[in-house]
Design a protein around this ligand. Structure first.
Ligand code: M6R
Length: 576
């Protein structure tokens, strides 16, 4: 994971970098660091903790690099924080990804030169050694690129003030603001300065001085300059206490944006689905739940397909053929488990993705965009409901009723604020109740089963309360044994499944559970109840309630919890 940024221009680099790193902090927040260039030398400030805790001195210089870390190799401490510097202090490097042959390189470069336990540190030493042989930067980059195995996006600041960058397997984007040049893991750190982005391709390397030049395999290459229509303001909290809260509230808009899929693209996607011998839909985490719901929507539209989480589906790669189609679900478009699966099969790919220009987007024959705008909170919220809207439209396109379904999604999106407002005090009460619990069980049936999985993931990931989700029908086949006096059982009900789910909740209540109902049913016998109005897309409304419930519960668990940055996690999981 990790976020990297590099700046050169006329501003104070440390200020631009710190500000940009805050937009990338969702990629990891174990440690942070910065290096700037001043009169032929490099100054470094780094340490364990958040950007504000670590970077304080306002280093001088108009060019520099910055890093926010999600640790893979080496403990979380100052020594392992990036940037890492060559033994002669002439090269400083920030890196996102994994250098797989780092052990071999460490041995070859001389173990005594190394200060940290990281895989990254091989890069500055390699560059230093190459620079001792030649001052032709193109050659240096090419040789370094050839020596590194694994997946990496790395930027090196040299004591001459020049910068070199490498991209293989991990994302790296150039922000071109004319006399200011950025390189970053995604576009959010430079959106404030420019909407012009150049997405680097596999094995590209770049030399940046006053301008940037891109090379691949020793040849100078041109890459297209793309215009990003995300608004910089969208990547700020806009007065909300957390990104997660802002992203829950703005779903009334983002679901609408997702619903405005281009008809032609939807029909093209249906053509891909119908042409395929076999169709798979896959993703990880929250995106895997979107995939599960998507499979139900598509089956209802007469399309047969398989659904499996990407890391598991990879074990069946040999069964996936060129004539097959994989529908890849991802907010970031950078999730390593999904990208690795796609790399190992030669099936066609239909991406349903939020981040335009991401690896999934670029690796897909066709992308349907979720259009949720930047999602910064680590817990996925608006991207999930946007994914559901896109999947519903895809199924509708297969069923020849795009406009009817689009209209119903727009109606649902209008109801989100009212559902949250009308249930505000209830959600508050339930979150106070849950915040004192150690365990919670979520149940539902059919689509409600998948909503309950997403609700459970949201609660556990940000409040650290242990929770499980399963089909209501499964309860009495084992887990009911865990129910005792005061155990919370939360049930999602929709009209078609409510009577059975109610029975499962009643069975739990008889054994002492406190039962919490979320749905469009009569409030009979619940300990707590959240009323969802009748709607064609209840999953979207129920999910919004579950998100707010998890958010409020997390806040009530104490100040040490920041729902935007849950412990041990990062937003973009770019390692397997
Ligand atoms: O960017 P992606 O949608 O591919 O990310 C997949 C998961 O890592 C992600 O959904 C994760 O489960 C979220 N933290 C859940 O809130």
């Amino acid at each position: 994971m990790c976020g990297i940024i590099c700046y050169s221009g006329h501003r104070k680099a440390s200020q631009v970098i710190v500000e940009g790193l805050k937009n990338l902090e969702y990629r990891g927040y174990d440690s942070a660091g910065i290096a700037t260039h001043t009169e032929q030398s490099i100054e470094v400030e780094k340490g364990e903790g958040t950007i504000d805790e670590v970077i304080k001195t306002g280093l001088n210089g108009d060019r520099g690099i910055g890093h926010t870390r999600w640790a893979t190799h080496g403990k979380v401490n100052r020594t392992n924080a990036h940037p890492h510097t060559s033994s002669d202090n002439s090269v400083s490097v920030v890196h996102n990804g994994i250098i797989e042959n780092h052990e071999e390189l460490r041995k070859e470069l001389g173990r005594e030169r190394f200060k940290s336990d990281t895989d990254t540190e091989v890069i500055p030493h390699l560059i230093q050694d190459e620079l001792e042989e030649t001052d032709d930067l193109q050659k240096v980059c090419r040789n370094v690129m050839e020596r590194l195995e694994g997946s990496f996006a790395a930027v090196a600041l040299l004591d001459t003030g020049e910068k070199i960058a490498f991209k293989k397997g991990s994302p790296l984007v150039i922000g071109d603001a004319g006399d200011e040049i950025f390189l970053a893991s995604d576009v959010t750190p430079f959106l404030k300065y420019t909407d012009k982005a150049v997405f680097l391709e596999e094995e590209d390397y770049v030399i940046v001085d006053e301008e940037y030049t891109i090379y691949n395999s020793g040849e100078k290459v041109e890459r297209e300059v793309e215009h990003i229509d995300w608004d910089a303001e969208e990547a700020s909290k806009q007065g909300h206490s957390h990104y997660m809260h802002k992203e829950i509230i703005e779903q009334t808009e983002t679901v609408k944006r997702a619903a405005f899929q281009d008809r032609k693209d939807l029909l093209k996607a249906v053509e891909m689905v119908e042409k395929a011998e076999k169709v798979y839909i896959t993703g990880c985490g929250t995106s895997s739940f979107a995939a599960e719901l998507g499979a139900l929507y598509l089956r209802e539209a007469g399309i047969q397909l398989e659904v499996e989480q990407s890391h598991e589906l990879e074990y069946r790669k040999d069964q996936i053929n060129k004539e097959d189609l994989i529908i890849g679900m991802s907010q970031s478009g950078e999730t390593a488990d999904l990208l690795s699966l796609l790399k190992k099969t030669d099936a066609s790919v239909l991406g349903i993705v939020n981040v335009v220009g991401s690896t999934l987007d670029r690796d897909s024959e066709l992308s349907l965009y979720v259009n949720a705008g930047p999602e910064i909170g680590v817990a996925s919220t608006k991207a999930f409901t946007g994914q559901l809207a896109v999947l519903k439209l895809l199924a509708a396109a297969a069923d020849n009723n795009i406009e009817e379904v689009r209209k119903s999604i727009l109606e649902t999106s209008d109801k989100i604020p009212k559902v949250l407002e009308d249930n505000d005090s209830n959600i508050d009460l339930i979150s106070s109740y849950l915040s004192n619990k150690n365990d919670a069980y979520f149940i539902g049936r059919y689509k409600g089963r998948i909503v309950s999985k997403e609700a459970s993931l949201k609660l556990k990931e940000i409040s650290y309360i242990h929770s499980e989700a399963f089909a209501g029908g499964e309860f009495k086949h084992g887990t009911l044994a865990l129910v005792e006096q005061g155990t919370p059982v939360i049930g999602f009900m929709t009209e078609d499944t409510s009577s059975e789910t109610l029975s499962n909740m009643a069975e739990a209540k008889t054994r002492g559970a406190d039962i919490i109902g979320i749905g469009n049913v009569e409030d009979t016998g619940f300990d707590y109840f959240v009323d969802i109005p009748e709607d064609n897309n209840p999953e979207i409304l129920q999910t919004a309630v579950a998100q707010l419930l998890a958010y409020r519960t997390a806040l009530k668990r104490g100040e040490s919890i920041n729902p935007d940055k849950p412990r041990n996690l990062a937003k973009s999981v770019t390692v397997k």
